[in-house]
Design a binder for this molecule. Structure first.
Ligand SMILES: [Zn+2]
Length: 239
């Protein structure tokens, strides 16, 4: 499992993308990227994180996330829009940081090796129920000419069935639920992996980092554990 990521100072970086010259990672709880923070504080934190990747501060795109299945498309050459409302972003623009924020929801990183196009997806249980990753892959096919055989995808740190107790009505909407005693536990990343697999991405190109945001020792913000508004930042930058 360890070969899927490396521990950087501020974030975990995912190896399958580094090989492709794409920085894809998630920050530890030491840095809070909550939208409730002051804009100047966020700008300083972005600077700290992206300076070493030589990202122009004007080329950073974050989303107003609403647990929807809306996808923001950022084509190379377009002007940067301030905080569009969406739960996924796709871009073919290099040296541009695309961002999502999570605390237990599933972050999904997707990269097209042939078309040099990246996507970052926020798939909580609502987004997963709305098949947001399937819609993102379809948009990559339709709008960027992606072929699923060229895609690699990785499920990042998120809450897992070790920690994710849900109410029993979840079993009507999700397949990957286990019952222990009277309690139900949802394996949300497995649900997302199945959806990715259904899009036609080869099994060997779908990776799971295996880290639980709630109980792993790497130290991420966990909404379930801490009832916090604080957020971990997921990012992708194509060099
Ligand atoms: Zn756990």
């Amino acid at each position: 499992m360890d070969n899927l990521f490396i521990k950087n100072k501020r974030s975990l970086l995912f190896s399958p993308f580094l090989k492709e010259n794409v920085a894809a990672g998630m920050t530890y709880a030491r840095l809070d990227f909550s939208f409730e923070r002051d804009n100047n504080v966020l700008k300083r934190l972005y600077g700290e994180l992206f300076r070493e990747l030589y990202v122009n501060p004007k080329r950073i795109i974050s989303l107003k996330q609403t647990h929807s299945d809306s996808i923001f498309i950022f084509k190379n050459g377009a002007s940067v829009i301030d905080t569009p409302e969406a739960d996924a972003i796709i871009t073919d623009s290099k040296n541009t940081a695309i961002l999502i924020r999570v605390a237990d929801c599933v972050p999904v990183f997707i990269y097209d090796k042939a078309k040099k196009t990246s996507a970052l997806v926020h798939s909580g249980w609502r987004g997963t129920q709305k098949l947001i990753v399937v819609k993102v892959v379809k948009s990559m096919n339709d709008l960027f000419g992606s072929c699923t055989q060229d895609l690699i995808a990785l499920v990042g740190p998120c809450i897992r069935d070790c920690c994710y107790e849900v109410s029993n009505d979840f079993k009507d909407n999700f397949k990957n639920i286990s019952k222990i005693g009277n309690k139900y536990f949802l394996d949300l990343p497995q649900e997302v992996m199945m959806q990715l697999s259904c899009t036609g991405i080869a099994k060997e190109n779908i990776f799971d980092c295996g880290v639980c945001s709630s109980c792993s020792s790497y130290g991420f913000y966990s909404y379930r554990r801490q009832k916090t508004a604080r957020r971990n930042l997921c990012f992708m930058v194509m060099k």
